[in-house]
Design a protein around this ligand. Structure first.
Ligand SMILES: Cc1cc2nc3c(=O)[nH]c(=O)nc-3n(C[C@H](O)[C@H](O)[C@H](O)COP(=O)(O)OP(=O)(O)OC[C@H]3O[C@@H](n4cnc5c(N)ncnc54)[C@H](O)[C@@H]3O)c2cc1C
Length: 422
């Protein structure tokens, strides 16, 4: 893999189509993502990072390119990318702007989860027909109007890790639901047109249960929705992940992005759905490596053409980064390739391992890139220090934080379901 493709002068794909046996459809889509990332995202990333503002113009530009509809099924008018194809395209965007790629993921999940993923799950014929009709309406908003969906599920308690029912609740009423609750770290807050909220459906007097998790597309302009708090974090500043408050918000029944009970089924039967935060960080890992090679070769645009590649210590550092990058790519590619309904235990453990590896290694490679390139490379006029800060955020993201992945691998490797010590 070269930093630049010698034939075209463009960045080479992270996953070369021939080497990774990608289809022509996949090769074209990841090339499109790469061209778009380089032309549109990269030039705007520094300013949004500095100001902690949301790059809405990136999303406006995605609409005519079809990128907002990447996972909308073809029969509904979208591009029809499957899980693996989406992940590969998202990694390409992550190279150029982590915050946009991560926010895009939140939007895309509203279509991936309600689309190809839901098609793998059990529903009655009646539920499936109603779901297809409802999701068609959501998809039309995206296709026609360029509507943007966010995906706020974190609440600051144990719910986002999947341990307890969400505290945000939807009370069934005539024609829909009344929603009350709070979501923290809502990427795209204030910019999304719809918030894809996970909440607990709970009638008066009923106990809260994770089985009754409901996935609702709540209009940002609905009465009772507000965005509060500030946003001044270490990294991923362009995601603008502020707090959302829902106070007696009425949403009609057709706001359901999945039928009753299907989110719980997805979370248990299609666990790779939570791997979708990782592509951004796969892209950041590649970006840190690419920057280092270009910098040591004296080829970073805007910098004097000083070569630093002749020092053996630099060569060893680059070799170590490359080894880490190749290990990360291989494991991640395997995990995104075997994503499916009802994966085996080994496949699930591998998905946790892939998530942990990408999130930790993206930052490890960025740390080594800064140490290897030196002081001038960490100036804010260059992208490396942003990559370094953005890459730090991956391990913290629920439900599969780096800690939780280790926790689960250890426990699930040593205990079969239901097994206990005396
Ligand atoms: C840039 C950025 C963007 C984000 N965007 C979104 C978004 O769009 N939507 C969204 O819903 N969330 C989003 N998040 C939130 C994210 O997924 C987490 O919910 C959030 O970072 C949790 O922070 P916390 O301090 O409340 O975690 P806590 O719940 O306090 O957990 C702290 C740490 O303890 C560990 N831990 C927590 N629970 C368990 C457990 N049950 N078992 C073992 N260990 C555990 C974890 O390792 C965790 O990192 C975003 C976060 C970041 C950094």
């Amino acid at each position: 893999m070269n930093v630049h493709d010698v034939d075209t002068g463009q960045d080479a794909p992270i996953f070369a189509p021939d080497a990774f046996r990608l289809s022509d459809f996949q090769a074209e889509l990841i090339a499109k993502a790469r061209r778009f990332g380089k032309a549109k995202l990269a030039p705007r990333a520094a300013e949004h990072d500095r100001e902690a503002t949301f790059p809405i113009e990136n999303f406006r530009d995605m609409h005519p390119e079809g990128l907002l509809a990447i996972c909308i099924p073809k029969e509904d008018g979208g591009i029809g990318a499957d899980f693996q194809t989406y992940c590969l395209a998202a990694a390409e965007l992550g190279r150029y702007d982590g915050a946009t790629a991560l926010s895009w993921n939140m939007h895309v999940c509203s279509t991936l989860w309600s689309g190809p993923l839901s098609d793998d799950l059990d529903m009655s014929a009646e539920d499936r027909a109603a779901h297809r009709k409802r999701r068609g309406m959501h998809y039309q908003r995206i296709l026609k109007d360029g509507a943007i969906y966010a995906q706020p599920f974190s609440e600051g308690g144990a719910a986002a890790a999947g341990s307890v029912a969400f505290g945000t609740e939807a009370k069934p009423v005539a024609g829909g639901f009344i929603v009350n609750g709070k979501k923290i770290f809502a990427s795209l807050s204030g910019s999304a047109d719809y918030y894809g909220v996970l909440c607990t459906e709970r009638a008066e007097g009923e106990a809260a249960s994770r089985r009754n998790t409901l996935y609702l597309g709540i209009p940002a302009k609905a009465d009772g929705v507000s965005v509060v708090g500030d946003w001044d974090p270490l990294g991923m500043r362009g995601t603008v992940s502020r707090t959302l408050i829902f106070k007696d918000v009425f949403v009609p029944e057709d706001a359901m992005l999945m039928p009753h009970g299907v989110y719980f089924q997805a979370a248990t039967r299609w666990p790779h759905m939570f791997l979708t935060l990782s592509p951004t960080y796969m892209g950041l890992a590649q970006a840190a490596y690419d920057f280092t090679v270009a910098y040591l070769r004296g080829e970073v645009p805007g910098m004097p053409p000083v070569k630093r590649r002749m020092f053996p210590t630099k060569q060893i550092a680059v070799a170590e980064m490359r080894v880490t990058l190749e290990q990360t790519k291989a494991l991640w590619f395997q995990a995104i390739t075997e994503a499916r309904a009802n994966p085996s235990k080994d496949q699930v453990l591998r998905a946790y391992a892939a998530q942990h590896t990408v999130m930790e290694n993206a930052n490890a490679i960025a740390v080594k890139a800064i140490r290897t390139c030196g002081g001038q490379a960490m100036l804010k006029s260059l992208p490396l220090e942003r990559i370094y800060r953005d890459s730090r955020c991956g391990s913290l993201m629920l439900p599969w934080t780096a800690e939780i992945c280790l926790d689960r691998i250890g426990r699930e490797a040593l205990y079969e379901p239901g097994e206990k010590d005396e």
